[in-house]
Write a protein that binds this ligand. Structure first.
Ligand code: XMP
Length: 319
């Protein structure tokens, strides 16, 4: 793709011009955006870049291992694996308000970066995989009045005290362009095709109070759901699919016993850029089979619902 190869060259030149011989730290989430940003910046400035992967305890099943293996071992990038599960989950304990949860996570991310920026040895820049839709959606919504729908934790500038300047090489791109750039940069197709995963992670798929128990159940249910989608060959037709665990328990019957477990909601949408979305029209057979698998394979869930809300009026994530 000549457009993306030209973009790559321009972006590399711009990064070198901005950064000079200073050090950069990059928040690597394991999502496509921050991964493409990291590979692009690494190509531009090599080991002046150190990536920080923050495990906030809100990741999906197996995610931390996958990301660390790929970047540290495969790409040979300097990478700090910050295990901060206790910090984040402790601070989120008892919090049930969506914006409060997002703000706590956003603030702790900054604290953690700040800490590791010092370890790296006076990094002057922080790199982020901010995309164009992130930039405009945090300012206004669908051309309407200027209101904040959700505080994206990776947008909005850093506190002055942090003394770091931002490097955001994807700021002008839409998701499909970031994917094309990732292919151009040689990232594995399987990785480029991964569904987006939000910075606040499972926190916003666990409406209401977060507990370790709910997170564990959610991780298992999500893994079964994604396995179903892959087995049916639907993964690439869907923009994003995930399970949300609902803050409600319901009565069920299994074998000859009563159950009283959590309900969950399956979410799957098609979209071009995440700004609008339609729910995915799964067959009833698929939905029924998936519900049966989740209830049989995931202790703690006894009811499965399918979210048929499009965006707008819904949002893709539940919080
Ligand atoms: P919503 O829920 O606002 O999500 O319809 C639109 C897209 O953005 C993702 N998302 C986030 N990504 N930080 C991120 O990096 C965030 O705080 C955040 N909140 C939502 C969401 O997964 C969807 O792809």
């Amino acid at each position: 793709d000549w457009t993306m190869s030209a973009y790559r060259e321009e972006a590399i030149a711009a990064i070198r011009a901005q950064v000079g011989d200073e050090k950069v730290i990059c928040g690597l989430s394991g999502g496509v955006d921050s991964s493409v940003a990291a590979v692009l910046i690494h190509e531009a400035i090599g080991d002046q870049l150190t990536c920080v992967f923050v495990d906030h305890g809100l990741l999906r099943k197996g995610e931390a291992e996958e990301v660390v293996t790929m970047f540290r071992d495969h790409y040979n990038m300097p990478l700090i694996h910050a295990d901060e599960q206790e910090l984040f989950l402790g601070a989120l304990d008892g919090q049930d308000d969506p914006e409060t949860k997002r703000k706590i996570i956003g603030k702790l991310f900054i604290d953690v970066f700040q800490k590791h920026a010092k370890e790296v040895g006076d990094a002057k820049f922080l790199a982020q995989g901010t995309l164009y839709p992130d930039v405009i959606e945090s300012v206004s919504f669908s051309g309407g009045p200027s209101v904040t729908i959700k505080s994206h934790h990776n947008v909005g500038g850093l506190p002055e005290k942090m003394g770091l300047k931002l490097v955001e090489p994807l700021r002008e791109l839409f998701k499909d362009e970031v994917r094309a750039l990732g292919v151009e940069l040689g990232l594995p197709k399987s990785f480029i095709g991964r569904h987006p995963f939000p910075g606040p992670g499972l926190a916003i798929r666990c409406p209401g109070e977060i507990t370790r128990q709910k997170l564990d159940i959610l991780r298992e249910a999500d893994a079964v759901y994604i396995d179903q989608i892959r087995k049916h060959g639907l993964y690439d037709d869907i923009w994003q699919a995930f399970v949300a665990i609902l803050p409600v328990r319901t009565v069920g019957v299994m074998g000859d016993g009563r159950t009283y477990d959590f309900a969950c909601a399956l979410r799957a949408v098609t979209s071009v850029d995440g700004m609008t979305a339609d729910y995915y029209p799964f067959s009833h057979e698929f939905l029924g089979e998936t519900a049966t698998r989740i209830i049989n394979e995931v202790p703690g869930i006894n009811r499965v619902t399918y979210d048929i809300t499009s965006k707008p009026p819904g949002t893709i994530e539940w919080e």
